[in-house]
Each structure stands twice: as structure tokens, then as C-alpha cells.
Design a protein around this ligand. Structure first.
Ligand code: FES
Length: 580
């Protein structure tokens, strides 16, 4: 796409607050001046909101307060006026019942912060899982020039001579303790080793995947995704992004110019190539919904089918983000996709140039970390979308994190009605389960948990683990952490709490999984399924007030991104009526 920059100079949105000699202008400028801003800063230059998800309670973004200073430096250098604005920070490891329940609340609040305040452009300072999509959703709905700056991943963790990944090894060690292969003391020792420095999870978990999605969508400068949080080049990236957003405002280069269908298809393919998180599915669907691009689960399956996973990172592979950066990072992957005819090369980025022009000179410095296309980690790396009478609107599976021998399987269902039921019974030696069974977890979808928690990769029963078995098929309407692994079928839609077929599966039913043919079948007659559905009653009472009520009343299914129905679409960022 050829982008035609707007004429500059011209009157900007912030001038509605700060220009002129009216009482209102004096009011707005005067109060700002109590911070020591000289008069000439209100001369019509671009006002840039640095939307910062820094919070002591979002440890993955704990360094963004300091990094914002580098963004500001870049904005000053380019002739802009930076204003840092703290925004809702939905920390993955803090919020209960799950940060996902607050992604939409964060997006809604941040959208209104943009709409109601005198910003001409935005720097989205993000990192931890939900912070990236929530700010992208808000920016897409407002459609002011915006650029993503992620905080970058932690340095590699090491424990007892082994490279350990944040999240991934938490699951591994936890299973090892249950299987009697690791002591509780060693598990406690490992606690600090897996989170060794500032930054986001260092695996290709959801944070790294969403950083990669931001770059593949064209919403971040090339090379942004992989630079470690503590590397000086991360701060350089922040400063360069600050410079760039000022020019984006002058050019009027907006999210709607960048977030096209082609950009989303590039991101979907990139997710397959990097072995990215299943969570990117709901987030990209939600972001697309904000700009009115009709991306569906079928696009995920279609675009991901022929994509080989070439990035050898945990949880699918061996290495961590630090090595990915040293190998050349995402530009190398995008270049490989381009050479294979799997990239829309003309897609526009925040640089004002095409994505191909950004990556065509990229060099791969380590072919063990970023594999050649003929030596992939997994030949079929995209997200597989399974459908059938158990999930008419789809369920997803990440083949690169699954076990090949379970890709076609018929097994007896062992059903857990909700997460409490699972926790109460999973360690019971009397539970009638073996490794050929299929574990089914209900009521953990967007309405169910509520908020669609990352519990889909439920741990195996100890009595199965003790046999040395490390994987079984698990089916739910939940999500799973991007750092997790296993043959885990997620996001079953419609969800159980909305009366989807998952709600009426019973222990003892037979379930057929056929990933190659994208089939997920509950082996009961249509008449029996219809009878069970007609007798179904919701298991949990709905909340009567507060945000929990709003969420449950309005959240959509995972198959369309689990956004709130009334937030979809782009509403722009008008000046609005001044109340003074
Ligand atoms: Fe915040 Fe992983 S928990 S990035």
C-alpha cells in the first residue's frame, strides 16, 4: 500500500484545548503550566500521550516508568510535546479471577482516556499479556496515530545448569513435584531463577507473541519484539519510537491505515512461524473487530495451515527470547515468510514504509534458533481450528505444542463441571481415569469462569503422571497460558456457560479428535444431544451488579474475540464538547 502523508503544518486536535485566547484555552494551558511548561510548548506542536501500563503490581512492566523517559526524549527531539499518562494495567500474574476479564475494561477505560484528553498521537507502552491487546484495542477504536513500544523479555533463566523459561518451567516443575521427580525445596529454589531480570516472560508465551504480533501487524518499529528488557538497545528503541510518533502525527498515519486484512493475515502467519500463543487468537480477533476487519477463526485455520514453526523457542522448542534476539529476531522470520510467498509484502507499518522494505535485509545469525524452512521445528505450526457437534463455532489447538500420537484419538470423557470440581477430584486415586481418556473442563469460558481463565492446560492426574505419562487430550472452553504446552483443545465455542454443547458432555461419553480433518465430535446421537441441551440449566448464578455483571451480560464468545459487544468498532477520537 502506498501511503500519502497529510500536509504539514495543520491544526491538530490538541489545539482545541490549548490554542487561542479564550477563557477555555487559558484554563487548559494555565493548569498545565503549573508543571513548569513554557508558553511556546502550546504552539500547535503534536501532543503525544505516552500511555504507560507501568505498575508495581504489574511486575513484567515494572521498568516502563523509567523507559518512558527515553520515549519522552525522542518526542522532545522530534519537536513534540510528551505527556505521560498512567493507564489501566491488567497484570497477568496479579489480577483475579483472571486478567482476561479486565482486558476489555482496560480497553474501554483507555479509549476514553484518549478520547477525552488532548492527545494527537499515542505511544502504547505495554508488555505483560493483556496490556498489549487492551491498548491496541483502545487505539484502534480511537484511530489516532499510535505506535507500540513493548517492554521486552526477561533475560534467560538458569536453574541447576538448565535453561528455564518463565511460565513454562513453572508448569514443568509443578508436574515433576506431583510425579515425585522433584522436591518441593528445589521447586522453591527455582522460583527466582525463572524470573531473573526485568521484563516479560522470556518464552514465546503470550507477551512475546503479542509483541511479535504488534511488529507483524506493523504497529511497532521493526525489531522491537525481541530486544531484552535490560538491553540498552531496548531503550534506544523507545527513544526512536518517540521520535517516530511525532512524524506519524504530522503525516496522519493512523491505525486504520496499518491494521488492514493483509496486516492481520501477516500476523496470523507469523504466529504460526514463531510457535506463538493460542491467546493471540482471541486478541487479534478483538483488535480486528475494533477496526472493522472481518477476520474469523476460519482465517486462522486457512492462513496457518501451511506455516512451519521455525523459531525454536520454549514452550514448543528449546531456547528463549534472548537467543531469538541474538539470532536476528522477528525481521528474520518475516523475511523467511516473504521468501516463501507467505507475507503480504506491501503491508504498511508505523515507519511509513512497507513491511518488506523493513525486513528484506535481515540476517539470521543462528539457524539452530531460527531454523531454515526445510528444517522446521514443526511442519504444521499454525493454529488448528476444530469443529463438530462438540464445538459448532470452533475450538483451537496449537499443534506445535501437542503430542503427535494424540492428533487422532478416540477416548472416554472424564468430565469436570468447573475448575473447583477439577481441583477437588484430580488427585483422587479413586478417579476413574487413565492416559487414553479425554479430560473435559466446563464453565471456564468468557462468561463462565468468569473471564476465560488460563486453566485449559489442566494438570494431569498424579496417578497418570507417576506412570511417566506427560500428555493427555484436554478439552475446555478456557484459554491456556502461552507458556504452556500439551494436546490441549481450547476456546470451545459456544462455551458451556452459554449453553454450548460442551455443557452437556457426560463422563463416559466417547469423544473423537481428528486434527488433520479438523474434527471434534461427541459420539452421541443428534436426538440425545438435543434432549440434553433442552434440559440444560446454567451451573452458576450471574452477578447482579458491578463490572462483573457488565462483563457477563455483554461479553461475546471466544470465536469472535471475547470483546464486549458494545465496544466493537472504531468510534474515532472527536474533540467533544468543552464543559468550561
Ligand atoms: Fe506478565 Fe508473563 S506474566 S509477561
Amino acid at each position: 500500500m502506498v501511503f500519502k502523508p497529510a500536509k504539514w503544518p495543520r491544526k491538530l486536535r490538541s489545539s482545541e484545548w490549548y490554542s487561542g485566547s479564550s477563557k477555555d484555552a487559558i484554563y487548559h494551558r494555565g493548569w498545565m503550566k503549573n508543571q513548569g511548561y513554557p508558553d511556546d510548548l502550546f504552539d500547535g506542536r503534536p501532543v503525544i500521550g505516552i500511555l504507560n501500563t507501568w505498575s508495581d503490581m504489574t511486575p513484567c512492566n515494572g521498568h516502563l516508568r523509567e523507559m518512558a523517559e527515553k520515549v519522552k526524549a525522542g518526542i522532545w527531539e522530534a519537536g513534540g510535546f510528551p505527556m505521560e499518562v498512567p493507564v489501566f494495567s491488567a497484570s497477568e500474574n496479579t489480577f483475579r479471577p483472571t486478567a482476561m476479564m479486565f482486558r476489555n475494561l482496560a480497553a474501554m477505560s483507555i479509549e476514553e482516556q484518549i478520547r477525552g484528553q488532548p492527545m494527537d498521537g499515542c505511544v502504547l507502552m505495554v508488555g505483560c499479556d493483556k496490556t498489549t491487546p487492551s491498548l491496541l484495542m483502545a487505539a484502534a477504536s480511537c484511530d489516532l496515530p499510535s505506535i507500540v513500544v513493548t517492554g521486552g523479555p526477561m533475560l534467560n533463566g538458569w536453574f541447576q545448569g538448565e535453561r528455564v523459561g518463565a511460565g513454562t518451567h513453572l508448569w514443568r516443575f509443578s508436574e515433576a513435584v506431583k510425579a515425585g521427580e522433584m522436591s518441593q525445596e528445589a521447586f522453591l529454589d527455582a522460583e527466582s531463577a525463572v524470573t531473573r531480570s526485568s521484563g516479560t516472560c522470556n518464552t514465546m508465551g503470550t507477551a512475546s507473541s503479542m509483541a511479535s504480533m504488534s511488529e507483524a501487524l506493523g504497529m511497532a518499529l521493526s525489531g522491537n519484539a525481541a530486544i531484552p528488557a535490560v538491553d540498552s538497545r531496548r531503550r534506544v528503541m523507545a527513544q526512536l519510537s518517540g521520535r517516530r510518533i511525532v512524524q506519524m502525527v504530522k503525516d496522519d498515519l493512523k491505525p486504520s491505515d496499518i491494521l488492514t486484512r493483509e496486516a492481520f493475515e501477516n500476523a496470523i502467519r507469523t504466529n504460526g512461524a514463531v510457535g506463538g500463543s493460542t491467546n493471540t487468537v482471541v486478541h487479534l480477533l478483538a483488535i480486528a473487530g475494533r477496526v472493522g476487519v472481518d477476520i474469523t477463526l476460519d482465517d486462522w485455520d486457512r492462513c496457518g495451515r501451511d506455516i512451519a514453526t521455525i523459531v525454536n523457542l520454549q514452550p514448543s522448542g528449546d531456547y528463549l527470547m534472548e537467543e531469538f534476539f541474538y539470532a536476528g529476531g522477528l525481521p528474520v522470520v518475516l523475511k523467511r515468510l516473504g521468501e516463501a510467498g507467505q507475507l503480504h509484502k506491501d503491508a504498511l507499518t508505523v515507519s511509513g514504509e512497507s513491511i518488506w522494505s523493513e525486513v528484506r535485509e535481515a540476517v539470521n545469525w543462528n539457524e539452530e534458533v531460527i531454523r531454515p524452512l526445510d528444517k522446521p521445528l514443526t511442519q504444521k505450526g499454525g493454529i488448528a481450528v476444530l469443529k463438530g457437534n462438540l464445538a459448532p463455532k470452533g475450538a483451537i489447538l496449537k499443534p506445535s505444542a501437542a503430542s503427535p500420537h494424540l492428533m487422532q484419538h478416540r477416548g472416554r470423557a472424564v468430565v469436570f463441571e468447573d475448575i473447583d470440581d477439577y481441583k477437588a477430584r484430580i488427585s483422587d486415586d479413586g478417579l476413574d481415569i487413565d492416559e487414553t481418556c479425554i479430560m473435559v473442563l466446563k464453565n471456564c469460558g468468557p462468561k463462565g469462569y468468569p473471564g476465560m481463565a488460563e486453566v485449559g492446560n489442566m494438570g494431569l492426574p498424579p496417578k497418570v503422571l507417576k506412570k511417566g505419562i506427560t500428555d493427555m487430550i484436554r478439552i475446555s472452553d478456557a484459554r491456556m497460558s502461552g507458556t504452556a504446552y500439551g494436546t490441549v483443545i481450547l476456546h470451545a465455542s459456544p462455551e458451556a456457560a452459554a449453553g454450548g454443547p460442551l455443557a452437556v458432555v457426560q463422563s463416559g461419553d466417547m469423544i473423537e479428535v481428528d486434527v488433520e480433518n479438523r474434527r471434534l465430535h461427541l459420539d452421541i446421537s443428534d436426538a440425545e444431544l438435543a434432549l440434553r441441551l433442552s434440559n440444560w440449566q446454567p451451573r452458576h448464578e450471574r452477578p447482579g451488579s458491578g463490572y462483573a455483571w457488565l462483563h457477563q451480560e455483554h461479553v461475546e464468545g471466544a470465536d469472535t474475540g471475547a470483546d464486549l459487544d458494545f465496544l466493537k468498532g472504531s468510534r474515532g477520537a472527536p474533540v467533544g464538547r468543552d464543559s468550561h
